[in-house]
Design a protein around this ligand. Structure first.
Ligand SMILES: C[C@@H](N)C(=O)N[C@H](C)C(=O)O
Ligand SMILES: [Zn+2]
Length: 218
């Protein structure tokens, strides 16, 4: 697990992030329709790191290990899962919809020279819109997560999707994941091989609801 030393303690940052307000966005947005891709296809597996201490801040931030995406993105992910089965792999999801206050916490906790690995809360993350997913592959035969060129959330050049060093097999798996995701309308983030944005992300507004309140009127 990759860890950073938070700039300020998470216990200090969390109440501030919860009290803060997401940026105002003008314009028309589609109504949110967050659903769980793993409910559509239970062979999509979850390892929701931010619901555990096995993440870059070493603190659990979600109360539930769940992954939500806007419906068209969730349906596209199911199509990726079906294609990957022929390659001998399945999808292992680390994160999807993320409430805005968590993005603010990530930004405030991360040193400035590593800010390219976390979204600026002033703009919001595509995770906040329910249109980004962090994921890797698992081997269908062993059920185990595969080796990739870097750890999840590793803040180093090994995380870049075009990183040319390290093990050739790991790079081949990273590139296979990218081809299969791109074929269904996802685009990889320039600094993180595991982060994909769905093409419709501009149609959805930033959300700040916690997992337990997803789908409830607010
Ligand atoms: C924090 C990391 N998993 C991530 O998702 N980074 C991107 C840039 C984001 O915060 O949207
Ligand atoms: Zn991400």
């Amino acid at each position: 697990v990759f860890r950073i030393e938070p700039v300020r303690p998470v216990t200090e940052l969390l109440p501030q992030a919860l009290a803060a307000t997401p940026p105002h966005e003008a314009g028309e947005f589609r109504a949110p329709d967050l659903i769980e891709p793993a409910e559509l296809d239970p062979s999509i597996r979850l390892d929701i790191r931010y619901a555990t201490t096995r993440n870059f801040l070493g603190t659990a931030l979600y109360s539930q290990p769940r992954a939500f995406l806007q419906r068209p993105a969730a349906q596209a992910l199911v199509r990726v899962q079906r294609t990957l089965a022929a390659d001998g792999y399945g999808l292992l999801v680390h994160d999807a919809y993320r409430p805005w206050y968590v993005t603010k916490m990530f930004w405030d906790a991360t040193p400035q020279d590593l800010h390219r690995f976390v979204a600026d809360p002033a703009k919001g993350s595509r995770h906040n819109r329910g249109c980004a997913v962090d994921l890797t592959l698992y081997d269908l035969k062993t059920g185990r997560a595969v080796e990739m060129p870097s750890l999840y959330d590793e803040m180093s050049e090994r995380a870049y999707p075009d990183y040319a060093g390290g093990d050739a097999d790991a790079r081949a798996r990273r590139d296979l994941l990218r081809r299969r995701m791109e074929a269904e309308g996802f685009r990889v983030f320039e600094f993180e091989w595991w982060h994909y944005d769905y093409r419709d992300w501009t149609s959805y507004a930033i959300q700040n609801v916690r997992f337990e309140d997803v789908g409830r009127p607010h």
